[in-house]
Design a protein around this ligand. Structure first.
Ligand code: ARG
Length: 259
C-alpha cells in the first residue's frame, strides 16, 4: 500500500516537472534575443603565440585573434567562450565538435583542409629561424649538426622535417611556442623555426637574432571550423564587413602586424 502510494507521488511530481518545463519552453523568449541568454560560441586557441594570442599578466587572453573573435561573436550575437589548448590538439577538437571554431594563427594549408573548413584568410606571414645574439648561425647552410626547435602540429614542424634532410640538422619538437624561446635561452636548442611575425616579436622582446627562411611560401592564416559548419559563411560575411569598415585594419595597427 505504502509503496504504491509513494510511487504515485513520484509520478505526480514528474508530471508536474514536465509540465513546468513545457510551459517555460512555450512561453519562453527566443534564445538569442535577450542579453544574458545568448548563444555560446566556443572557440579554442593555443595562447602561446603573441601578437595573435597570449595571456596578459592576469591570465586574460589577448591578441589580434582574440580581438577578432570578439568582434565576430558580437556581430553574430554570440557570447564568446575561449578555451586554451595545445596547438597540436586544435584540429582534433574541431573534428570531434568539442569547439565551434579555432583562431590560433592557423595557416589554411591543404592537409588541414581535408579535416576542417577555413574562413577566408586574414593574415599572411612567413617563416624565420631565430637564435641567440652571439650565435654564428646566419643561414640555412650553417644549420648542419645543429638542433632546430619547432612547435608540434605546426606547418613549421613539417617544414623543418623536410629541410632537415637537405641541411643536416636535428629537429626537436615541443608543445608550446613559448617554450621554444626558453629552450634557446638555456642552450637546449640552437635555433627555433617559427612564424615570422611571432618570431619578430620574440626577437625584440628577448634580444634574439634571426634570418628569414627563403624556401617557404606558407598559406595565410584563417579561422578553422568543423567540416560542414554553417558558421563559415556567416563568419566570412562578417570578415568582409570588418575589412570594408577598416576595423580589421585597426586591429592590425593595434597589434603591429606587418602588412
Ligand atoms: N601558422 C602556423 C601553423 O598553422 C603556426 C601556428 C601556431 N599557432 C599557435 N597559436 N601556437 O601551423
Amino acid at each position: 500500500m505504502k509503496s504504491s502510494f509513494s510511487k504515485l507521488l513520484v509520478l505526480a511530481f514528474m508530471v508536474a516537472v514536465l509540465a513546468a518545463c513545457g510551459s517555460t519552453n512555450n512561453g519562453g523568449t527566443n534564445s538569442n534575443a535577450s542579453e544574458g541568454d545568448k548563444k555560446v560560441l566556443k572557440m579554442a586557441t593555443s595562447a602561446d603565440f603573441p601578437p595573435f594570442e597570449s595571456r596578459d599578466t592576469k591570465g586574460n587572453f589577448e591578441g589580434f585573434d582574440i580581438d577578432l573573435a570578439n568582434l565576430i561573436a558580437e556581430e553574430l550575437g554570440y557570447e564568446l567562450k575561449i578555451e586554451d589548448m595545445k596547438f597540436d590538439g586544435l584540429v582534433g577538437a574541431l573534428q570531434s565538435n568539442r569547439v565551434d571554431m579555432v583562431l590560433a594563427g592557423m595557416s589554411a594549408d591543404e592537409k588541414r583542409k581535408k579535416n576542417v573548413d577555413f574562413s577566408t584568410e586574414y593574415h599572411r606571414s612567413g617563416e624565420m629561424f631565430i637564435t641567440k645574439p652571439d650565435s654564428t648561425i646566419e643561414g640555412l647552410e650553417s644549420l648542419k649538426g645543429k638542433v632546430v626547435g619547432v612547435q608540434l602540429g605546426t606547418i613549421q614542424e613539417e617544414g623543418a622535417d623536410e629541410l632537415s634532410k637537405e641541411y643536416g640538422f636535428e629537429v626537436k619538437k615541443v608543445d608550446n611556442a613559448g617554450i621554444l624561446i626558453q629552450e634557446i635561452n638555456s642552450n637546449r636548442i640552437d635555433v627555433a623555426y617559427m612564424d615570422k611575425e611571432v618570431a619578430s616579436g620574440y626577437m625584440e622582446a628577448q634580444g634574439l637574432i634571426g634570418f628569414d627562411d627563403p624556401t617557404t611560401s606558407s598559406p595565410g592564416m584563417a579561422i578553422a571550423f568543423p567540416k560542414g559548419s554553417e558558421l563559415v559563411a556567416d563568419v566570412n560575411g562578417v570578415l568582409e564587413e570588418l575589412e570594408a569598415s577598416g576595423k580589421i585594419q585597426e586591429l592590425r595597427d593595434k597589434w603591429e602586424l606587418a602588412e
